[in-house]
Design a protein around this ligand. Sequence first.
Ligand code: SAH
Length: 255
Amino acid sequence: MSTDPRLYVTQNLQSGQAIALPKEDAHYLINVMRRGEGDTVRLFNGRDGEWRARLVEASRKTAVLEPVEQTREQIGVPDLWLLFAPVKRQKTDLIVEKATELGVARIAPVVTARTQSDRIKPERLQLIAKEAAEQTERLDLPELAGLEKLDRVLDGWDASRTLIFCDEAGDETGQPWGGARGRGRPMSDTLADAEAGPAAILIGPEGGFSEAERQRLRDHDAVIAVTLGPRILRAETAAVAALVLWQSLQGDWRS
Ligand code: SAH
């Protein structure tokens, strides 16, 4: 496998069409990775596959690359979205990074009743997704949706996309975690039985979903409530666990 640096660019990739990198990427390539004129870099833009490119101009602040040949055809990731309630900054960053590595097509932060943080920094999350995609050999970046209220998202939900609601709770009031009654089915059983198709995974905030939210979700036609086992996971762990299960049972981890 090539160890040449790999960078996401926004420009079209075609032979001979020179590409000037933004200054952060130029800095990374020249000053951090210590590449110079004549060195090879791999480029992708989410449309034109992956290209081998040559560094034709390298100074402290600028880097210009010339695409030489296409080395991989464009392929996308499966049609899976992750909806999550933003948590503390570092954990939100972790969720975006891991979701990108695990091959989600779209990441959508949603505000729920108990969401701790209703502010996110889209540029920061975009950068995290870009770096994760570069590192993980994806040929595209996940789409990052703007922050939206869960209710609004459900109002506009396209019924052909299954919404997999990760619900740790049961329905028995007064029991820890709502007791055993009314728990969702194990996610692995649910996915093993279901036909593969467009899907989204929904993960709640640290305080979980409110009763009203749980009710609305469970009543929604496109929603299936699932459990990720008998232990309560932190939101970031639940996100990774659910994405792994989906990719292995319905996504591109299958043979
Ligand atoms: N209700 C809890 C924990 C929330 S954990 C509390 O009050 O602290 C954060 C989110 O992770 C949950 O909303 C749920 O979407 C997901 N999650 C955690 N453990 C889970 C499990 N065992 N099964 C399904 N989802 C789980």
